[in-house]
Design a binder for this molecule. Sequence first.
Ligand SMILES: *Cc1c(COP(=O)(O)O)cnc(C)c1O
Length: 366
Amino acid sequence: MRIPPEFLPRDGRFGCGPSLVRPESLDRLCHSRRLGTSHRQGPVRQLVGSVRANIATLLGAPADYEVVLGNGGATAFWDAATFSLVERQAAHGTFGEFSAKFAKATDAAPFLAPSLITTAAPGGCALPTPAPEADVYAWAHNETSTGVLAPVRRIVDGPALTLIDATSAAGAVPFDPAATDVYYFSPQKNLGSEGGLWLALMSPRAIERVGKLAATDRWIPEFLSLQLAIENSRKDQTLNTPAIATLELLDAHLGWLLESGGLAWAAERTRESSGHLYAWAEAREFAQPFVADAALRSPVVVTIDLSDDVPADSVNAILRENGIFDTFAYRKLARNQLRIATFPAVDPADVRQLTRAIDYVVEQIR
Ligand SMILES: *Cc1c(COP(=O)(O)O)cnc(C)c1O
């Protein structure tokens, strides 16, 4: 099926990660003189320094928080946090695949007490339950597998740390950094770069915890040592060789976000895109937002259930043939659903075109 060109977006990349990389970032990459040079020398260290400073500015970091980075992405950070941040026991809120994966990691660690896990069914939200024994509270700011946006706040007063997986929220959703101790993410979602890197905004208390655990006799693999990551980050380096291309794309995207108006601007833009999609779904008799509670609907990952006579697999296949990519639901959710990223790099005008394209496809297949 050929969708008429007047219904097509200019850029058809709507995937939740890896997500749309702006052509302007790629131009900068093409002209980078840093690729193919040592990551221990000035030019790449300046790039890392710029990334760290731009992230602190974009997220509105308190002056005593530090931006730390390392290789391996958010998935590696879960293991690093298990070794370097959880002292005895973690409490998790899980409400989808990603938040559940970190809970699984801490729960399986032989040197920790079994994790305390509060769970909500996909489409809902669960924060960790207060527990006197817990020294880490962890959940995801935006659950990418379901399109649920969770609140970011402290669960209890006291020394327990708050760890927020912000992989698909950082750079598009305003929050209070002082309510978190570690706000960590990978750069291939809102931040328009490639995967393979993790970044974390860390509070002085989190850095202190890392130092305390590094000084115990707990065995911590070097690659997963946040103490080593902090020491390297302070020198604008990483423990081992990073993908310089990822850093270059990330810095280009951060520069664009900051010039455009920062987090408030990005939030407004993603609200415009996602607001259009939710309103469109509510107005169609064949579609409805998956997340029933409107207050939990993500501004950056929009999940829309389709009626049985509109198979998402067929819609997605036709969209793909027409250059519109990655609108499929999270595989393990196994629902008749579309999932659309409305990250800042996605043009709201393209989101409006996407709904025209879907309307056309549905008209044809029914
Ligand atoms: C994508 C994603 C991850 C995994 O990121 P990787 O870079 O693939 O490790 C973790 N958490 C959330 C919320 C995500 O969206």
